[in-house]
Write a protein of this length. Structure first.
Length: 66
């Protein structure tokens, strides 16, 4: 005979469930915020090459005076 465990729901899970029930638009706003901050359009190849050419090479030891 198998004993089944009672369903456990953590306090955090309960809080998030209640929060989403209070504000149904929450997840949509989270996705929009993520899109705005993290999901950037791809950089074009010519722009990336120009950026790499414009970089100034760093010296081996930056604190040594010339």
């Amino acid at each position: 005979m198998r004993l089944s465990r009672p369903h456990y729901e953590s306090d955090i899970t309960k809080f998030l469930t209640e929060l989403k029930a209070q504000d149904p638009q929450l997840e949509a706003r989270q996705v929009q915020g993520r899109l705005r901050l993290w999901d950037r359009p791809a950089v074009k190849l010519d722009e990336m090459q120009r950026g790499q050419k414009a970089k100034v090479a760093q010296k081996a030891y930056v604190y040594q005076p010339q």
